[in-house]
Design a protein around this ligand. Structure first.
Ligand SMILES: Nc1ncnc2c1ncn2[C@@H]1O[C@H](COP(=O)(O)OP(=O)(O)OP(=O)(O)O)[C@@H](O)[C@H]1O
Ligand SMILES: [Mg+2]
Length: 435
């Protein structure tokens, strides 16, 4: 439940980790401030004002002269910032609901109730920042204009403003800082993904926090080791294959000297087969020399493969669905497709190629109506030099490298090849290519 609410990205999570305590702290501070400090302050201020008003009322007495009233008014204005007016009629006007008093009403009401002893009314004052307190005293109706500043602690708003403002500033700094921390991780992820798809991007400079720099440097080293290893393996096998041809040629010459016979003919055909295997392998190893990926229209590549087959008079259907432009090692991938279509043509009579674009990949299906491959053998046929039919008869198969080369090409693009049963009755080879 909580997991669903929390953001999934590192950026979001780190932001929550930073922001949540700030917000919590502020809520606690605001709560304590308003619950305790604010109440106490309001109460004390109200008590001060009510005390002053009581003093004014007591000084006025039950029947003050006009001269005394005026004198007291000027003293109160000067020293207490209270401006009052005494009118003869002692009637308190009916209370009006006046919500926007601008000060906490409860504190003032309580103090007036507790300490004044006369009926009173509270209203919005004459000016913007005044509260009017009306008291029905024996001498008449006393209207006191009290400045709002004497009743509320104006600093509390400033405190709130400071808290919200400073946390906004903190948040902005956190966002900027976190973005910079997350960027190197994204860069590393991108590089890893590109490497997985077989695109060797140039070596980037690891940035960011120490641990991320370490991870990036380790990744780059690992990438180099893998590339070196692959290259070494291909070169070594190519070297071995190449060197084997010299003794093979020698054997062939010696066989020529031996004349004719059934056993010798068998030996010869074995030698020819070995030569074919070596040639195929050398061909493949040469193709491995890092071809650079280029932006390719897969649609036209498929068209090429299909028309190559049609030129040999074969029945090849092609349907393409969606935009097919992506970065590919063109020759390597064409070879992958040619091998699959070649197999389909060798084992079936009707062949259909279809390609469709999904949200994050392109899927190419090569279907035929041949005998297919039993489910148990669908993985082993990818092994190099493996043919299901053991005869080594060139009509029923080649040297057995086609599928492993095709899978190698697909995997070097970050994709794969899987085999299943075709709706045409034979084999379906599915090539998945991530975009
Ligand atoms: N479309 C298919 N239908 C039936 N069997 C197949 C099909 N494709 C491949 N196979 C089986 O898988 C084996 C391996 O195929 P692969 O393409 O690797 O080698 P190959 O076609 O025999 O030789 P190469 O492709 O190197 O000339 C084939 O010998 C065949 O037995
Ligand atoms: Mg083949």
């Amino acid at each position: 439940m909580l997991k669903k609410l929390l953001p999934s990205s590192l950026f979001g999570r780190a932001l929550v980790i930073i922001v949540a305590p700030i917000v919590l702290l502020q809520l606690v501070v605001i709560f304590i401030f308003f619950d305790r400090h604010w109440d106490t302050m309001s109460e004390r201020m109200a008590r001060g004002v009510v005390g002053d008003i009581t003093m004014v009322i007591e000084t006025l007495g039950p029947s003050p002269s006009a001269k005394n009233t005026a004198r007291l008014a000027s003293v109160a204005l000067r020293n207490l910032q209270l401006e009052f007016k005494l009118t003869a009629d002692a009637e308190l006007p009916p209370p009006v609901s006046d919500w926007q008093l601008g000060v906490p009403r409860w504190a003032l009401s309580r103090e007036l109730e507790d300490h004044l002893g006369y009926p009173y009314g509270l209203h919005k004052g004459g000016g913007q920042n005044f509260v009017a307190i009306q008291v029905a005293v024996p001498a008449g109706l006393l209207t006191v204009q009290v400045p709002v500043s004497r009743l509320t602690a104006s600093t509390s708003h400033i405190l709130l403003l400071w808290m919200v403002g400073s946390s906004l500033v903190l948040l902005t700094i956190a966002i900027i800082f976190l973005r910079n921390q997350v960027r190197p991780i994204l860069k590393l992820a991108e590089a890893a993904e590109a490497f997985g798809k077989g695109q060797v991007t140039e070596r980037f400079k690891p940035t960011g926090a120490l641990e991320i720099r370490q991870a990036a440097a380790q990744f780059l080293d690992m990438r180099e080791r893998i590339l070196r290893h692959l290259q070494q393996r291909t070169e070594m096998l190519a070297g071995v294959s190449h060197d084997l041809r010299t003794p093979l040629t020698r054997i062939k010459l010696e066989l020529e000297m031996l004349g004719f016979g059934e056993e010798i003919a068998d030996l010869r055909s074995d030698i020819v087969e070995m030569e074919n295997m070596l040639d195929e392998y050398l061909d493949f190893a040469r193709g491995q020399d890092q071809e650079e990926p280029v932006t390719t229209d897969l649609g036209s590549l498929l068209q090429e493969v299909a028309s190559d087959a049609r030129r040999e008079g074969r029945d090849v259907g092609l349907n393409i669905d969606g935009d097919m432009v992506l970065r590919l090692r063109r020759d390597g991938f064409k070879r992958c497709l040619t091998n699959l279509v070649g197999n389909a043509l060798r084992f079936g009579s009707r062949v259909n190629i279809s390609a469709a674009r999904r949200s994050d990949s392109i899927v190419i299906a090569v279907d035929d109506d041949g005998p297919g491959i039993p489910e148990a053998d669908r993985e082993v046929v990818f092994r190099p030099f493996l043919r299901l039919e053991q005869s080594r008869n060139p009509d029923t198969g080649g040297v057995g490298l086609g599928l492993s080369i095709a899978r190698d090409a697909a995997r070097s693009h970050g994709g794969d090849i899987t085999l299943s049963t075709s709706p045409l009755g034979g084999l379906r080879a599915l090539v998945h290519l991530p975009i």
